[in-house]
Design a protein around this ligand. Structure first.
Ligand code: ZN
Length: 115
């Protein structure tokens, strides 16, 4: 999969979540994010660290997107008044079909994709 196809796959996955939730986001692709962050989200934006994400298996990429979209929903619903990876976020990630225990602070607990 080349960069263009990868970016399109991410847009498609995010598009499904936008339809499912009613929240719309801008997707930004960057080479590398700060530290070992792989992606990040705000109320209306998801930033993808392309150099990390493109090396990950697609099911892991989808988990990252679900993780970040969980932040989008939580930030919009609770206006940042709840903890970032707290109960509300976990509930929203599960609702989207993700597994909130897989990831912690944007990093993998078990980075199986790192060689
Ligand atoms: Zn997070």
């Amino acid at each position: 999969m080349n960069n263009f196809e990868f970016m399109q796959t991410i847009r498609d996955e995010v598009g499904k979540l936008e339809k499912q939730t009613g929240y719309e986001v801008e997707i930004l692709f960057e080479g590398k994010l700060k530290g070992n962050q792989i992606a990040m989200a705000s109320r209306d934006k998801i930033v993808i660290g392309l150099s990390f994400m493109i090396r990950m298996p697609m099911d892991e990429v989808v988990e990252v997107i679900l993780h970040e979209f969980g932040h989008v929903v939580t930030l919009n619903k609770y206006s940042g008044k709840v903890s970032a990876h707290g109960f509300e976020w976990q509930k929203e990630v599960r609702k989207l079909g993700g597994n909130p225990s897989r990831l912690y602070h944007g990093k993998f607990v078990n980075p199986i994709w790192v060689r």
